[in-house]
Ligand binder design. Structure first.
Ligand code: F3S
Ligand code: F3S
Length: 105
């Protein structure tokens, strides 16, 4: 699967959402999440993120390793709901996001 890491937090550019052919990128309050059960590893999202927040799981920088776990955790209760447009967003961010400082915009 691909993973959205820390640079997305509080930025949420969402260019990635339009690229995904299976609509598996879900918007949380401070970050977007790729559903690992639905991502087909097409890789279309990765180059369009302006802050390079998206990584293939094996290429995820060590400092952001927790974001792979976070994406799994966020969808642990829902499995594959069948697309972000239909299912709506996760109501809450994963706790790892709460540890990131809130940046003034
Ligand atoms: Fe976030 Fe980049 Fe997508 S900032 S919303 S991962 S385009
Ligand atoms: Fe979609 Fe990116 Fe996976 S475009 S299918 S989330 S690699």
């Amino acid at each position: 699967t691909y993973v959205i890491a820390q640079p997305c937090v509080d930025l949420k550019d969402k260019a990635c959402v339009d690229e995904c052919p299976v609509d598996c990128i879900y918007e949380g309050p401070r970050k977007l999440y790729i559903n690992p059960d639905e991502c087909v590893d097409c890789g279309a999202c990765e180059p369009v993120c302006p802050v390079e927040a998206i990584f293939y799981e094996d290429s995820l920088p060590e400092e952001w390793a927790g974001y792979l776990t976070a994406e799994r955790d966020v969808f642990a209760g829902t499995g594959a709901p069948g697309g972000a447009s239909a299912a709506g967003p996760p109501a809450e961010d994963h706790p790892i996001v709460g540890k990131e400082p809130v940046e003034a915009v």
